[in-house]
Design a protein around this ligand. Sequence first.
Ligand SMILES: [Zn+2]
Length: 313
Amino acid sequence: MEACPVSNGGLSGFKRRASTSGLLGCRCVCRPLSGPKAVVCVLRDDMILTDTHTHLYDTQFDADREQVMRRAREAGVELFLSPAIDRDSYEAMFAFTRRYEGCYAMMGLHPTSVNDNPHWKEDLEEVARYLQQPPEGIRFVGLGEVGLDFYWSRESVSEQIEALRIQIEWALQYDLPVVLHTREAWDEMCDLLESYRGRGLRGILHSFSGTEAHYRRMKRLGGFLFGIGGPVTYKKSAVAALLSGMDLSELVLETDSPYLPPVPYRGQRNESAYVSLVCRRVAELKGVDPDAVAEQTTHNAVTLFSLSEPGSR
Ligand SMILES: [Zn+2]
């Protein structure tokens, strides 16, 4: 057995097993994680992490998906929520969800798939058909990811808003939480969501990167959790600065794999095991034990998506 990396200054490459007392410290046993990449995870064995936003069905994982899943489970991740993108990847998402325990699919049309897409209305009809009749073995636990993304261009602003409003109505109709993608559009997103006040809309503001004013507006509106991912580990992270004023009961953890990797994996492919690094950073910023972060954020996700315990579906 090699030395404890945590007490040795926190080198990556090991999963720390809990000491019998369950206390943090160096009374622990460490073992290397399998595979080329490694993660420090400081969770008790009975703690479960939930990656509420991961695209592990993406072709970028085709070559080594089994190892990616193994590393995730070794890091304590047992629940995986997969937001949909568009028709090019729905089938891959279904296959992934059927194949692995603890994995759940959503349905929706991503805002960047509305941009420059003359067929976006037909694509939405397909979303409607899937919602009405989910494919064999699939239960959609959310409507997503949908939203507003004006980063690439503002030419499709009205189409994106229309597509989002149509899909929000479906979320209400099917009583599903919405997973909202927002980029360069926080003012517009807050305005739009406030227009649903009192209708019971609920969901996640994925990769929250709004200002304190946006946070306050959404908190006042109610019903929404804030998705915290890799960017919270970056040096100039706006959400890291806000975290001390946010309550754990308002947060869920996510990776957005294969995108938005946390430190020290910036520039590389992200994967669900790294949600443990997000957990650790949130714990540091809030001055609490990582176990408390894992426990509360998993509870938040399980409640929002009406998930069953890991091991069942
Ligand atoms: Zn995503």
